[in-house]
Design a protein around this ligand. Structure first.
Ligand SMILES: Cc1ncc(COP(=O)(O)O)c(C=O)c1O
Length: 446
């Protein structure tokens, strides 16, 4: 019998997952299309590798085991799996067609909606992936300013201008690498030190887990204005989640352009570049940004239904409310148990559980934790990516499981034997280094 969302007697049987994985090892380099969904992020030998069905906040793997999901497809499922209003909109559109030989009215309808709900979305373009629109944003910024260099902070996708600065940059010309530099979040001095007359744009995730301090975002806005630099918010994670209008609305800071994907279409592939009209107008003639599936109608139908539902149900408020129960609940448990080496941090809509190296190798601690969560029917990667389908029942159950799993972790740490409790191979680090790498050499002052 497959495992359920319950205190199962044993770890799930994952034979079918493993059979598929064996074939993938032979056929598909790296086996995964999305690093964060790949087997390296999950404790190997224990965690399922392939999911086949989802409903609400629950998923079923290819072997039939059921879990509560806190990864939510790495962000897109703001409403939840198989959400009726969105699925109905997709099915209705499917009857008429997926993609057409001319433009589709939904391109205009969705643009009108985004224009209403996202600050500064005076002009709107669509594409399919986050990388598409962060690439487009940088190209627009370079065209508009006549400058070439980019300062960035966060993760921005697989394209050359960003990946060139990471340590997985094989295949990218060195000359590209000389045009992008990182800044450190909440370190306005690191930004000031990096500015020169050739900086076209500062692009950043408005926050990841750490909140902005000392008006960091407002200070960035000021610096950009003073130096003729465009400010771009990469709102792939924050958009339609921290507030309907994303971080611009939440923090009251205006960006020149903002990029979105993930939460906007509840799982359908759609990304958005939005920005001020006078800047975006370079897309009329000078800048080339066109792609076959950019106006694909199923995703636009999904986006229309999703944005309406996010607005009508005030979903960002619900995500914060449910997320707070988990975040506070976890931190109360660790306080009770005297485990100061693990914490839940971040904003309520998307929080992260951390493990301090003082208690042992964080990747091993995380793997043991994950292994025991999976045994109890929770698919868990250390994040709470909240959705409108995470019910009180899901949260209460998860907190009960946290109590049990924290006690197992505590015992393993106290005995200095985390490895001894591990049944599978530890997880690999997340590819997401966001500070203190490839920063720009400090400008010499005259
Ligand atoms: C902040 C941010 N920007 C850009 C991207 C790239 O998006 P995609 O993977 O859809 O290309 C991601 C992906 O996770 C992201 O988190």
């Amino acid at each position: 019998m497959p495992n359920k969302v319950a205190n199962n007697k044993d770890y799930p049987v994952i034979d079918k997952s493993d059979e598929l994985y064996k074939k993938a090892l032979d056929l598909i380099p790296s086996t995964t299309q999305t690093l964060a969904k790949g087997p390296q992020q999950n404790v190997r030998g224990i965690a399922p590798k392939y999911l086949v069905r989802g409903k609400g906040s629950h998923v079923w793997d290819v072997d039939g085991n059921e879990y509560i999901d806190f990864n939510m497809a790495i962000g897109p499922l703001s409403l939840g799996y198989a959400y009726p209003k969105v699925d109905e909109a997709i099915k209705k559109q499917l009857e008429d067609g997926i993609t057409f030989s001319l433009m589709h009215p939904l391109e205009v309808e969705v643009a009108e909606l985004i224009n209403q709900v996202v600050p500064n979305a005076e002009s709107i373009r669509y594409s399919k992936t986050g990388a598409d629109v962060t690439s487009a944003a940088i190209r627009v910024a370079r065209a508009y300013t006549g400058r070439e260099k980019v300062l960035c902070c966060g993760y921005h996708g697989w394209h050359d201008w960003y990946i060139s600065v990471t340590d997985r940059n094989k295949g990218i010309p060195k000359s590209i690498n000389d045009l992008t530099f990182t800044i450190n979040y909440n370190d306005i001095q690191s930004v000031k030190d990096s500015i020169d007359s050739d900086i076209a744009a500062i692009i950043l995730e408005p926050f990841v887990f750490e909140p902005p301090k000392n008006n960091f975002l407002q200070e960035l806005r000021k610096l950009c204005d003073e130096n003729g630099i465009l400010l771009i918010f990469d709102e792939m994670w924050t958009g339609f989640r921290i507030a309907l209008g994303g971080a611009q609305e939440y923090f009251g800071v205006n960006a020149d352009m903002a990029t979105f994907s993930k939460a906007v279409a509840n799982g359908m592939p759609l990304s958005i570049l939005a920005g001020k009209k006078d800047i975006m107008k370079v897309l009329d003639e000078e800048v080339f940004f066109y792609t076959t599936f950019g106006g694909e109608a199923l995703s636009l139908a999904a986006a229309k239904a999703t944005i309406n539902e996010l607005r009508d149900k005030d979903v960002p408020k619900y995500l914060a409310k449910q997320g707070k129960k988990l975040k506070d609940g976890y931190n109360h448990l660790t306080d009770d148990l005297g485990m100061d080496y693990t914490n839940c941090i971040g904003y309520e809509c998307r929080s992260l559980i951390t493990f301090d190296p003082k208690a042992g190798n964080p990747l091993e601690l995380k793997a043991l934790f994950q292994q025991e969560m999976i045994k109890r029917g929770i698919l868990w990667g250390g994040f709470h990516n909240m959705s409108y389908s995470h019910t009180d029942e899901d949260i209460n159950y998860t907190l009960t499981v946290y109590r049990d799993v924290l006690q197992i972790l505590k015992k393993a740490v106290d005995e200095n034997n985390v490895k001894g409790y591990l049944k599978g191979e530890p997880v690999a680090p997340v590819f997401r280094k966001v500070s203190n790498f490839h920063t720009k050499p400090k400008q010499k002052t005259a």
